[in-house]
Design a protein around this ligand. Structure first.
Ligand code: ASP
Ligand code: MG
Length: 387
């Protein structure tokens, strides 16, 4: 009997109707004889809605309480899916991350999974039940409830698959991983296969279809990930060890970035201050004598107090925290291919825009620009480099 972990994203369980359809899909798999553990995300925009509630109460909500609040989103979908399965005559039981044995670090809002102890999950699977686990959450050694960062349900699924020795299927509203988000580039094509490194680089560059930490987990544990569409056909993208051959994997867009531009001499202290405030930054290419630090704001939840601290601490610091994003061409060897950077710069120039910063590494070339230019830059870079 094969054990499979299936993860369903927020859009797949966005309303009761979709939940029932997911339940039917899970039920069919169970009836076919597989042992099924399901990881769910919060329904639709539930996580954003909960965050908005917190922001109405405080501009800088305590991260511990945010975790208590946000984990409620996945508890709702896990319970409803279990109810739907039982209604369809399939035995099921739901567990929070903590009950499922997801042990994490203490870092609220950006916790890392340290260990999975799926004792209760195994027991219930052995009884023939479908086990539903709330994604995106765990518990620390001090019994604090934590979350794994936005998009963290993927990580729950991969970690659970590794612990159970199961296959891992990730279902969303797109049929796999495309050379760009098909909502942005409708002619983007599906990649049949991606290496862990390519997928991780795409995820880090903003591709939402799989979470970067999840892919890292899959790489270190050797788990194969299959990304498919929930209500679509059999098309999929398989993520596993690759050949490392040079090629372009895709174009990704990331929004909600902040650029912190300090004197080069202040770089180390500024990086340390940001890291201590749970807003880790990376240095990118900027003007001579300056250090441009990029902060992803997604898991920061209240950058203003931090920006104020930076302004107090560093003379001449320039902070742009709104309306900034990046376009990255991801692929093995792209930094060594001058036409990749040229295409990105030409795409921006064609719009009359200039890059605010640039960066290139072994798996990607990035331009940072105002948000309003990102979609057209991505489309044109895709057209020039991929088609
Ligand atoms: N619900 C969480 C989020 O929206 C986790 C997830 O969807 O994976 O980020
Ligand atoms: Mg979600």
């Amino acid at each position: 009997m094969a054990v499979v972990v299936q993860k369903y994203g927020g859009s797949s369980v966005a309303d009761v109707d979709k939940l029932k359809r997911v339940a039917a899909k899970v039920a069919a798999r169970r009836r076919a004889g597989d042992s099924v553990c399901v990881v769910v995300s919060a329904m639709g925009d539930a996580t954003d809605d909960l965050l908005r509630l917190a922001k109405q109460v405080s501009a800088d909500p305590p991260r511990r309480e945010l975790d208590m609040l946000l984990t409620a989103g996945e508890r709702i979908s896990m319970a409803l899916l279990s109810i739907a399965l039982q209604e369809q005559g399939v035995e099921a039981i739901s567990f929070t991350g903590s009950q499922a044995g997801i042990i994490t670090t203490d870092a609220h809002a950006t916790a890392r999974i340290l260990e999975v102890r799926p004792t209760r999950v195994r027991e219930e699977l052995a009884l023939g039940k479908v086990v539903i686990v709330a994604g995106f959450q765990g518990v620390s050694a001090r019994k604090e409830i934590t979350t794994l960062g936005r998009g963290g349900s993927d990580t729950t699924a991969v970690a659970m698959a590794a612990a159970l020795g199961a296959d891992c299927e990730i279902y969303s509203d797109v049929a796999g991983v495309f050379t760009a988000d098909p909502r942005l580039v409708p002619w983007a094509r599906r990649q049949a296969e991606l290496s862990y490194e390519e997928m991780q680089a795409l995820a880090r560059a903003g591709a939402r279809v799989l979470n970067a930490q999840a892919v890292e987990f899959a790489r270190t544990t050797g788990i194969t990930i299959r990304a498919r569409s929930t209500f679509g056909g059999d098309e999929e993208t398989v993520v596993r060890a690759g050949s490392g051959a040079a090629r372009i994997a895709g174009v990704a867009v990331e929004e909600e970035l902040a650029l912190v531009d300090v004197a080069a001499a202040d770089e180390q202290r500024a990086l340390a201050l940001l890291a201590a405030a749970h807003a880790p930054a990376t240095r990118v290419e900027g003007a001579v004598g300056r250090a441009v630090l990029v902060v992803a704001l997604e898991n920061v939840h209240g950058f203003e107090p931090l920006a104020a601290a930076l302004r107090r601490e560093f003379d001449g610091v320039r902070i742009t925290a709104e309306g900034i994003g990046a376009v990255t061409v991801v692929g093995t060897g792209v930094a060594a291919t001058p036409r990749v950077r040229e295409a990105l710069l030409a795409a921006l120039a064609g719009l009359g825009a200039v890059p605010l910063a640039q960066e290139s590494g072994p798996l990607g070339v990035t331009v940072y620009a105002e948000t309003r230019w990102l979609a057209d830059t991505a489309r044109e870079a895709h057209r020039l480099l991929i088609g």
